[in-house]
Ligand binder design. Structure first.
Ligand SMILES: Nc1ncnc2c1ncn2[C@@H]1O[C@H](COP(=O)(O)OP(=O)(O)OP(=O)(O)O)[C@@H](O)[C@H]1O
Length: 227
């Protein structure tokens, strides 16, 4: 479970990005963080990935208090999560396969195991035939899928995605969402920041609305009363 208790984040500039956020996300849940630009969505994801630290409150993931994790231990902590950004941060002088392999190389996984898991991850996102291609030769949607393959290659329990469909057309966006849903179906907790209301409506998952750094009422999709 992901648990936020009275979480606040004030950046060194004085900007208050999050104020008194209380939130619970169950294991195996898929949810959307919504809200206008500047609402605090990226900041919340960054706190969960310990890219930033909260200035108030506490965050627990699987019972572990993130404030107890020293900066030195953060890379180990991150192995249990896959992180996906809108601009997929691919290395353009490396093949697709090398890009996907990166988290495993960093984790010191053996060569044979790497190539097996890279192929499995590429297969899941439908890009097995692009293993030796350079990212630059791929479409934007395909590049985004490489980013997703890289995020899931470690078999993370949690997937965090920040506007993963931001620069994709509606059809490709839905395709990417279906991929996330497939990972969720096999038990991965998925949290996606998005301001694409139409897409969120189609996916019919819990929406967690942020406004001005505060949590508005959060409602599970299934709790909408029947008429
Ligand atoms: N590194 C930073 N330093 C100072 N202020 C920041 C920093 N990152 C974000 N902010 C500010 O914190 C607030 C929340 O930003 P955040 O990026 O979390 O919002 P967001 O909802 O993800 O927006 P978007 O949809 O545009 O990505 C904004 O006012 C932003 O300007």
């Amino acid at each position: 479970m992901i648990l936020l208790q009275h979480v606040g984040k004030r950046y060194p500039t004085g900007q208050e990005a999050l104020t008194d956020v209380n939130l619970e996300i169950d294991d195996g849940e898929m949810a959307f963080l919504t809200g206008h630009s500047g609402a605090g969505k990226s900041t919340l994801l960054k706190l969960l990935a310990i890219i930033e630290r909260p200035t108030r409150g506490q965050i627990l993931i699987a019972g572990q208090n993130l404030s107890a994790i020293s900066n030195r231990r953060v890379p180990y902590f991150r192995r249990r999560m896959g992180i996906i950004f809108q601009d997929h941060h691919l290395l353009h002088d490396r093949t697709v396969g090398d890009n996907v392999a990166l988290p495993l190389v960093i984790a010191g996984v053996g060569h044979q195991e790497i190539s097996r898991r890279v192929r499995a991850a590429l297969d899941k996102v439908g890009l097995l035939d692009k293993e030796r291609a350079l990212p630059i030769t791929l479409s934007t949607g395909e590049q985004q899928r490489v980013g997703i393959a890289r995020a899931v290659v470690n078999k993370p329990a949690i997937l965090l995605a920040d506007e993963p469909t931001g620069n994709l057309d509606p059809e490709l966006s839905l395709e990417i969402m279906m991929l996330f849903e497939a990972f969720n179906r096999v038990g991965v907790t998925v949290l996606i920041a998005s301001h694409d209301h139409e897409l969120i409506r189609i996916m019919d998952k819990r929406a967690i609305p942020l406004a001005g750094g505060r949590l508005a009422e959060s409602h599970p999709a299934q709790s909408v009363p029947l008429q």
